[in-house]
Write a protein that binds this ligand. Structure first.
Ligand code: UDP
Length: 234
């Protein structure tokens, strides 16, 4: 598969065209940003961790019947994926209060929620990814009613698969963000699932094993990413 011109460069990944118009190559970087790009840094080998971890998880989810963009791991930092059009939605699932949810609703981080919460943000950096609801999404034509129903269904299914997957590896899935794309008119899971996009707390110590170590300057950032990858690999 030939890597052709760069299509796009985001905060954590570059996307390249290939000689097949239906396939892209994603190349994961070590760059780290937080707070809508206000905090910038680098986490050594984060790109390797996020690429390998996302590939393992996407393959696992495929076996559970959730369609994803994953095609083939090409190298430590590169994966061949289906060329999707990303729906401009950040789909957030929460099992336990943390982060912006705790701040917005004044609940202590770590408080178990009485039910799973699904939230949408409008993926728009200029606007700071504002929180939106189903009516907003339909009114702004960010997705059709059918696409929205599929996104919701898959998001809850991903949560039900990821919770035991991480728990078996000594990690509690607090919350996560996923993104979906359209491929041949169908909704499929795209982007990544990594310590950048999930909150994972050690089951025994409640230690934060995710990007909050970078966001909040908690130290041992690189070591933590490597630790999560080793657990996911087993
Ligand atoms: N998240 C993400 N990208 C974003 C915003 C959030 O991957 O642009 C993830 C984040 O890592 C966490 C979950 O989504 O696992 C919920 O994040 P939250 O809304 O609490 O925002 P934060 O506190 O990270 O600003």
């Amino acid at each position: 598969m030939k890597k052709l011109e760069q299509m796009y460069e985001g905060k954590a990944k570059k996307v390249f065209k290939t000689d097949d118009p239906k396939l892209y190559i994603v190349d994961y970087k070590d760059d780290a940003t937080a707070f809508n790009g206000e905090k910038k840094g680098s986490i050594a080998d984060k790109g390797v961790v996020n690429n390998i971890m996302s590939d393992i998880i996407f393959q696992m989810l495929e076996t559970k019947g959730i369609p994803t963009h994953f095609v083939e791991k090409l190298s430590d930092r590169e994966t061949l994926v289906k060329a999707v059009t990303i729906l401009p939605l950040e789909v957030i699932i929460r099992n336990v209060a943390a982060g912006s949810f705790s701040k917005r609703y004044g609940v202590e981080e770590g408080k178990a929620l009485a039910r799973t919460v699904l939230e949408f943000s409008y993926k728009n950096d200029d606007l700071g990814d504002p929180l939106i609801n189903d009516d907003h999404i339909l009114a702004l034509e960010l997705a059709t009613e059918e696409q929205l129903a599929t996104v919701r269904k898959y998001a809850y299914q991903v949560n039900e698969e990821l919770k035991p997957f991480f728990l078996e590896r000594g990690l509690k899935l607090i919350d996560f963000k996923i993104e979906f794309g359209l491929y041949d008119g169908s909704v499929i899971l795209a982007d990544e699932i990594s310590p950048d996009t999930c909150r994972l707390w050690d089951v025994n110590t409640n230690e934060k094993m995710d990007k909050d170590r970078f966001r909040r300057d908690l130290g041992n950032v690189e070591e933590t990413y490597q630790n999560v990858l080793q657990r996911v690999k087993k």
